[in-house]
Design a protein around this ligand. Structure first.
Ligand code: ADP
Ligand code: SF4
Ligand code: MG
Length: 379
């Protein structure tokens, strides 16, 4: 079990922006979280909500016009936003490894897979040079590439997509990092291979105690793998908790919506997947108040003016959510359990204030006289 008294990575008030011709895109807005020794932490959210930029910021990989504009990233007590580029390069290959969605773009096509894995080890001096050759084969075996002795001489294009992702994981693990960050590692793969790679990550976490951050837009992927989950929306953490808290008792309407849109094994394949109404906001000028208000079925008037804080829900202090209403109230007062109409404001009957309404030309907005479940107008 992870030791929750020992954070190996502490992200504090991280902010990252892209300075574009259209304005400042605030992609990561005051994000704070800890990663504990030996845990697998999931970061979920729709595409574009800031998951990748968050981890790129941790590793100093944000490219211009992007820049970390504030906050700290403490790795074993040292602030990675303050170290030299040289020091950071070492941390990246040796202490914190990262694997991406598309391994082909990270592997060099003209060098054999084995050569590239060896190079990763030579570059950081974490492994005795005499041991490197043997370790290359061992690593490929560890990530279950069949016939590793022969395949290590292959070039990336001779590997299938799944095998390439295994090779990337092998390379990432080569220097025995303490943290592995996997950004959508299975998105490009078919379902069977996806499951194999996820199993590999689970074994790795259990057998070596490597802490893992697993990023995905798919809550199903984190279900079997992560002990804790962070939900991001519009560059912010909107909910965080143990996997059980997030899956059994989600408190943020966005998490609730994501879970509703998850394919379930026990429903008929023909039943249409319910997606979340609308799109994430523009990160240059998001709506005032809660950034989820244009899409939220449970919004109240306050949501259009005041931005809620992330605050504890429940007693253990580990479950936090950023919402004025929270699902416990939505269930008690707005009929969330049986809600079929999930358009913005449908459960509460609350429409955007007039000043904002002029800007909303969305036909999915509820009509003012729509009958609501539980009357929350004016609360
Ligand atoms: N190079 C860039 N220039 C401008 N904006 C960017 C750039 N890269 C990312 N962004 C912004 O950052 C937001 C978050 O992106 P990202 O972290 O990649 O999302 P995801 O959650 O899908 O990983 C995007 O919605 C986009 O607005
Ligand atoms: S109820 Fe309000 S604060 Fe909570 S998610 Fe919906 S819009 Fe945001
Ligand atoms: Mg991403």
């Amino acid at each position: 079990m992870p030791d929750i008294t020992k954070p190996i990575l502490e992200v504090k008030n991280l902010r990252t922006s892209f300075f574009t011709d259209d304005g400042e895109v605030k992609a990561v807005r005051d994000v704070s979280f800890d990663l504990y020794e030996g845990e697998t932490l999931g970061i979920v959210g729709e595409s574009g909500c800031g998951k990748s930029v968050t981890v790129m910021s941790i590793l100093g990989l944000v490219q211009r016009p992007g820049r970390v504009t504030g906050g700290q990233v403490l790795f074993k007590g040292k602030d990675l936003t303050k170290v030299t580029p040289e020091e950071l390069r070492h941390v990246r290959g040796r202490d914190i490894a990262m694997i991406f969605q598309d391994p082909l773009s990270s592997l060099n096509p003209v060098l054999s897979v084995g050569y590239q894995i060896d190079e990763a080890m030579y570059a950081h001096d974490a492994i005795k040079h005499d041991d490197i050759k043997a370790r290359g084969v061992e690593l490929l075996e560890e990530v279950r590439v069949p016939d590793a002795v022969r395949r290590i001489k292959d070039y990336p294009h001779q590997f299938s997509g799944g095998m390439r992702q295994r090779a990337m994981i092998a390379m990432g693990l080569s220097n025995r990092p303490q943290v592995l960050i996997a950004d959508e590692p299975t998105t490009a793969l078919d379902v069977t291979v996806q499951a194999q790679i996820l199993e590999l990550l689970r074994d790795l976490n259990q057998n070596t105690g490597t802490s893992i951050i697993l990023i995905t837009h798919n809550l199903g992927v984190v279900a079997g793998l992560c002990q804790r989950v962070i939900v991001m929306y519009a560059g912010e953490i909107v909910e965080e908790g143990t996997a059980e808290q997030i899956f059994e008792n989600p408190q943020h309407p966005y998490t609730w919506s994501l879970l509703r849109s998850m394919p379930r094994v026990d429903t008929s394949r023909r039943e249409r997947l319910k997606s979340i109404e609308g799109l994430p906001p523009d990160l240059i000028a998001p709506p005032p108040g809660c950034k989820f208000n244009p899409r939220c079925p449970f919004r109240i008037e306050q949501c259009f003016t005041d931005d809620p804080l992330l605050e504890p829900v429940g007693d253990d202090g580990r479950h936090i959510a950023k919402c004025w209403v929270k699902m416990q109230r939505a269930y008690a007062e707005m009929g969330a359990a049986t809600l079929t109409d999930t358009r913005p404001g449908a459960a509460s009957g609350v429409r955007p204030p007039k000043t904002l309404l002029e800007k909303v030309e969305d036909s999915r907005e509820i009509e003012p006289d729509t009958e609501v479940v539980g009357d929350l107008r004016g609360t």
